[in-house]
Design a protein around this ligand. Structure first.
Ligand SMILES: [Mg+2]
Length: 237
């Protein structure tokens, strides 16, 4: 699965079958536990592709492999839809990478329908608003797990790390390495080693923008993939 637009001319088509997926994923995690043991945290992203009942089935079938979290099992606009998932599984649920405000997750948090809230600094109102979300979440034993895919710039990553350090209910920080070109355009103090991140000691967020260098990389249109079911009809990507 791509996490940034990479197709230059037209979107690539991926093939999707919920039925095949729901049968395959438990076997995948059974194999992973056999190969790597019980103690490595394993996370899985369903990318909003399931109905609530399908998500309940998936969570239930993954319980023997005790995931760290199951991410975005179903589209989250329908917050009460997560009640159905909760009724069927104890697999921890993580949601929120596309949320824009506390109102997108207040029901999920208040009803304890999720375990991790994944709002990102640049999507959900900045550091101050994210701290409000974290404070609400803390009351309900929900921990943070900020979205940190490469579509978040190094500015957002630096802000996320400072946010993470400032809340008591920090859970985990997602991190995907940016390209070397991106890292050069955004010189930054934060660093990653041995599975952990440090925001560095520079003042402020500790990240800058080299606008001259950035001018070498003008905008080029690119696409995320699309998703087609086995019969060729469209499915959420
Ligand atoms: Mg995700």
């Amino acid at each position: 699965m791509y996490y940034e637009p990479t197709e230059k001319d037209a979107p690539a088509a991926e093939v999707w079958s919920s039925e095949l997926y729901l049968n395959f994923v438990p076997r995948l995690f059974e194999r992973l536990r056999k190969e790597f043991g019980e103690d490595i945290p394993l996370l899985h992203d369903a990318h909003h592709r399931l109905t609530p009942m399908e998500a309940g089935r998936l969570g239930k079938s993954l319980e023997p492999y005790h995931l760290f979290w199951l991410e975005d099992p179903t589209p989250a606009e329908l917050q009460e839809g997560f009640r159905l998932i909760r009724q069927h599984t104890t697999t921890p649920i993580a949601v929120g990478e596309v949320f824009n405000s506390i109102y997108d997750c207040q029901q999920l948090i208040r009803e304890q329908l999720i375990d991790y809230i994944r709002t990102a600094v640049v999507h959900a109102g900045g550091i101050s608003h994210l701290r409000k979300i974290a404070s609400l979440a803390e009351l309900y034993h929900v921990r943070t797990g900020c979205h940190g895919a490469v579509d978040m710039s190094p500015v957002c990553m630096a802000a996320a790390l400072h946010f993470d350090l400032s809340v008591h209910n920090f859970g985990i920080q997602e991190y995907m390495r940016h390209t070397e070109e991106t890292d050069r355009v955004f010189p930054h103090a934060y660093r990653f080693s041995d599975g952990t991140m440090h925001p560095g000691d520079k003042p402020g967020l500790g990240v800058d923008i080299d606008e001259k260098l950035a001018a070498n990389y003008p905008y080029r249109r690119a696409y995320l993939p699309i998703n087609r079911k086995l019969d060729g009809t469209m499915h959420s990507w």
